[in-house]
Write a protein that binds this ligand. Structure first.
Ligand code: AN0
Ligand code: CP
Length: 316
């Protein structure tokens, strides 16, 4: 694997899921030879708990060194070609990506969308610019429009709880007080379309996802109808793609409650975290026996291990 930024970078996604599940069974410390003498730099332009720690943990388990750089607001990068850099941007992406490549065998990048300029966000500008100017493989730690490591971990979690029948997997929009990216929802659809599941999408009007991701997915406008017979309910908030970056509704009626989960086929509850309790999902669901959220977070490590193992393996 030469890069990991979307499902398209993976030849056989199902095999990658299986490989991650195998890695999970291996005794601690038994894989440290794999990434020996390799270094990954994790660049965070936005905050992270799970992605930061699970990717670092994955690197440690593979014997790699991980260096974490919180780029945040302090490191103002210029991205425009031909820019006259006499304002606040101190460094151009051309040097920045090339310089980081001198210290890293792999670069991981987290970058959220602006939620203001749809065209620019959906060109995945920051990630693509890093790919263009870096000289080493790039791994997305959530970009403007995708979160592939999350989706891989979600798929692993679904496999671990797969019922005997073909499962019904429902992605449901849920309310949130802040405008959030569409990345987790986009990626979840992108990856689940490749899995052997019945995929259903439900959201209020105006929250349609980009056609590239929602194409061929069964859409049911009424949340309760969508939940009927669900084996997995994946909740996520996202801001509007149509009215780009806007919060059109904070309709508490879309919160995931025990009453709604009762409509499912003893369905498991999933969320990528962080989650707002009693806004996105009621305590009783999150604290209940069918909640998989901590298992999902745990599987982030094995998802990252499977990806880094392939990338390092393909360097030899
Ligand atoms: C982010 C998002 O929705 O993309 C990160 C999720 C992994 N969510 C929040 O910041 C709450
Ligand atoms: N789920 C997830 O990616 O969480 P973080 O934003 O904490 O990394």
């Amino acid at each position: 694997m030469k890069q990991f930024t979307s499902a398209r970078d993976v030849l056989n996604p199902e095999a990658l899921v299986k490989e991650a599940m195998e890695l999970k069974k291996r005794p601690r410390g038994s894989l440290r030879h794999i990434g020996q003498n390799h270094t990954i730099v994790l660049l965070f332009f936005n905050p992270s708990l799970r992605t930061r720690l699970s990717t670092q943990k994955a690197a440690i388990e593979l014997g790699m060194s991980a260096m974490v750089f919180n780029a945040g607001q302090g490191w103002q990068l210029e991205f425009e070609e031909g820019a006259v850099m006499n304002l606040d941007k101190a460094e151009h992406i051309k040097e920045a990506a090339a310089v980081v490549s001198q210290y890293a065998d792999v670069i991981g990048i987290r970058t959220f969308p602006s939620l203001e300029d749809r065209e620019r966000d959906y060109s995945d500008f920051v990630l693509k610019q890093f790919q263009q100017y870096a000289c080493v493989p790039v791994v997305s730690l959530e970009s403007a429009i995708r979160h592939p490591l999350q989706s891989l971990a979600d798929w692993i979690t679904i496999e671990e709880h797969r019922p005997a029948h073909r499962p019904r997997v429902v992605l449901s929009w849920a309310p949130h007080p802040r405008a959030l990216p569409q990345a987790v929802a986009n990626s979840f659809l992108e990856w689940m379309k490749l899995a052997d599941v019945e995929l259903v999408l439900t959201h209020p009007e105006g929250y349609e996802l980009a056609e590239e991701f929602s194409r061929d997915v069964t859409y049911i406008p009424e949340q309760e109808a969508a939940f009927e017979g669900a084996d997995f309910v994946y909740a996520k908030n996202w801001s509007s793609y149509r009215d780009y970056g806007q919060i059109l509704s904070q309709d508490a009626g879309w919160m995931i409650t025990p009453e709604k989960m009762a409509l499912t086929n003893n369905g498991k509850f999933m969320h990528c975290l962080p989650v707002r309790r009693n806004v996105v999902v009621a305590d009783a669901v999150l604290d209940g026996p069918n909640s998989l959220v901590i298992e999902q977070a745990n599987n982030r490590t094995y998802a990252a291990m499977a990806v880094l193992k392939r990338i390092v393996g393909d360097m030899e």
